[in-house]
Design a binder for this molecule. Sequence first.
Ligand SMILES: [Zn+2]
Length: 489
Amino acid sequence: MHQLAIRNVHVLDGSGRAPFLGDVAIDAGRLVEVGEIGAARRNVDGRGRTLAPGFIDAHTHDDGALLRHPSMWFKVSQGVTTVVVGNCGFGAVASARSPATRSMLSLSPTWIDLAGYRAAIESSPPALNAIALVGHNTLREATLGLESRRASAAEMATMRSTVASAMEQGACGISTGLLYAPGAWAPEDELVPLTEAVAPFGGIYVSHVRDEFDGLLASVDEALRIGQQAGVPTHVSHHKAAGRSNWGMVPRSLERIDDAVMSGQDVTLDAYPYTAGSGPMAQYFRNGIDPGLAEGMRIASCPSLPHYEGRMLVDLAAEQGCSLEDVVRQILDAPDADQAICLQFLADEGDIEANLRHPRVMIGSDGIPELRGKPHPRLVGTFSRVLGVYVRQRRVCSLPEMVRRMTSLPAQRFGLAGRGRIEPGFHADLVLFDPATVVDAATYDEPLRPSVGIELVMVGGEVVWREGHATSARPGRLLAHELGATIAP
Ligand SMILES: [Zn+2]
């Protein structure tokens, strides 16, 4: 007799093949039978809905949120059961010595290494699972401070050994955020040896590339070179062409990636389904105030000037009869300026669709889990928006294929053994949804509205989300990377 059965569901197993009608049985947190199954003590009627492996959010900044918001309702409500943290070069490893990271991720580290971060998570577990990257910005600040100079041989050795020990403790690779300080000051010949340190562990190189604006193609080339020279797979984060003059560049950038794959490199990407980006405002104006960038900018959260939240900078400037630069300066001169988060409308809808059509693009929300003000709706809506708007309404990609790219593909990429498939022996991380109604409800003005059509979400066989509400179950863990298979061309 099984512990639990979910019956009468269309099983989308994560492989990309068409769904089949059947039941699944779960014992001790794992799937044990799929298709025709025996009797069970507890039975859930799936009413013909679709059952898929829980979605894997390939790109998040949830390092602090796992501890501050353990229900993780903004993720489980869209069907996400695992998040990849430590992105854009900022992560938990070495964060005790990186004030920039602590502020950006709202972390209060009591730990010194990944094992310590895991222990902190175990003492207050979240609803879903996570896997961590080592962040290069964090590592660099912890080692060199915020200094714009080359690392010495001794500093390189320190950073390399921190990367290697984090890999031993289960990190899945190293991430860079080369737009941001201090990563922007790192030359390529610093990044290659640090990336080499993940190679013996089967780790990967994940990059927020140096320039997503005019320099996109050169920056993608740099990421490919670093992965190739270090001998590890490359993963490009939140792939986009920013700035109106660069719209339409995504297909060209994808061609570069296709060429690299054809020549034998292992490359993947993630993207989110919105034309706006978001991040810490101070970082975008590090080198002066660019009025072109400020023009498309809106304030997400700003603790010192909360009445600016949800407002476009152009409207604030018009209202006050001052220049865009003046408004930016007001915000950056206010106390807690490092907490000011903005949205920038900078990408093209056609480029988003090009990303979502590509077989190596997975989904990464890039959400910033700051729930005050008007955060970017991608935090709450990404996965259901892809399924509702891009798969059902616009038919950019088939449902089985998109579910593959939300499940088994990222599981392989990030070394998550036993996850991302509905198969006997796999963990029972599952989402039950209605493909006919699933869609995001979070908007720029009402960014915290949970999605529609996500009926039941399980992590390790425990229900964490049911019909619009988070449960009190906290089965999540910080997972350890296991040597992943490479992704064949
Ligand atoms: Zn980034």
